[in-house]
Ligand binder design. Structure first.
Ligand SMILES: C[S@@+](CC[C@H](N)C(=O)[O-])C[C@H]1O[C@@H](n2cnc3c(N)ncnc32)[C@H](O)[C@@H]1O
Length: 265
């Protein structure tokens, strides 16, 4: 597959485009797939979209033009950066769609509320630790390539008749929402000093033991950005070192509204 991409890049890219040490060749995301990526991330006017390896700028430009978002494309090939700036000016969104010549691995990702990528799985995997460290709730959409055992929150398949690679003319799009880092032990604050929540986490999936006095309860569920939701209806919001129960569900009703802080053990 990689050989095919490399061969294709030789055909598609201008001769100068291959001077840089690219991790991934320039292959465009077709227009309808670009739109589907932004829709999958539910991009809106409040968003800052960062496209890692932005090619001719189409993703950030459409995010600004169609959804009123702001954004930045990071691209290592200077000719593509120039082309993106011209395209943004032509589309009348040069103020909101900026492009920088930069290595995506040296880019501050924390400015983004949405990150888009059309790279390769091995590049996604290299980026994964930095992506997982982003603010909970940051959305990431990848065209075609996944992130190994960090399973997407949602995947869809889109017809892609104009796709320049692959025989099946389909694009697979994956969405991840960065989960809060909730693993560890949480102790009830002054209102519930005896309550303990011991939580283990694998990406967006958690298991927990909630103990209050001598009773203990097992909880399991998913982490959706900054919110924990158990199968039994328990819900909590995580904000850094605090966790607040917003729905007690199967847990004792007295825990409704209870606050927990990180603690040892
Ligand atoms: C498959 S293309 C995707 C272009 C665009 N995002 C799209 O979806 O149409 C990947 C792009 O990443 C760029 N790229 C590769 N390695 C890079 C790096 N280390 N830093 C920044 N850009 C890079 C390539 O030059 C290429 O334009």
């Amino acid at each position: 597959m990689r050989a095919a991409w490399a061969a294709l890049a030789l055909c598609l890219a201008s001769p100068g485009a291959l001077r840089a040490q690219e991790e991934v060749p320039f292959v465009v995301t077709p227009d309808n797939v670009t739109l589907a990526m932004l829709q999958l991330a539910q991009v809106g006017t409040q968003d800052f979209v960062l496209d890692l390896g932005s090619g001719d700028g189409r993703i950030v430009i459409l995010a600004a033009r169609r959804f009123g978002a702001r954004g930045m494309g990071v691209e290592i090939v200077p000719e593509l950066v120039d082309r993106s700036r011209r395209n943004a000016a032509k589309a009348g969104v040069a103020e909101r769609a900026r492009f920088v010549e930069q290595d995506l691995f040296k880019t501050d990702l924390s400015v983004a509320t949405v990150i888009t990528m059309y790279l390769l799985q091995e590049v996604n995997l290299q980026l994964r630790p930095a992506l997982l460290a982003l603010k909970p709730g940051t959305r990431i959409v990848s065209h075609d390539w996944d992130m190994g055992d960090w399973r997407p929150d949602r995947s869809i398949t889109v017809d892609a008749p104009d796709k320049p690679v692959g025989r099946e003319k389909l694009s697979r799009l994956h969405l991840w929402v960065v989960p809060a880092r909730a693993a560890g032990t949480w102790c009830g604050s002054t209102a519930n000093p005896g309550a303990r929540l011991r939580l283990t986490q694998a990406y967006q999936v958690f298991d927990a033991t909630l103990s209050v006095g001598s009773s203990a309860q097992l909880l399991a569920g998913r982490i959706d950005g900054a919110r924990l939701r158990s199968v039994g209806g328990f819900e909590a919001a995580v904000d850094g070192a605090r966790l607040r129960v917003t729905q007690s569900g199967d847990a004792p009703a007295a825990l409704q509204g209870a606050e927990f802080e990180r603690c040892a053990g």
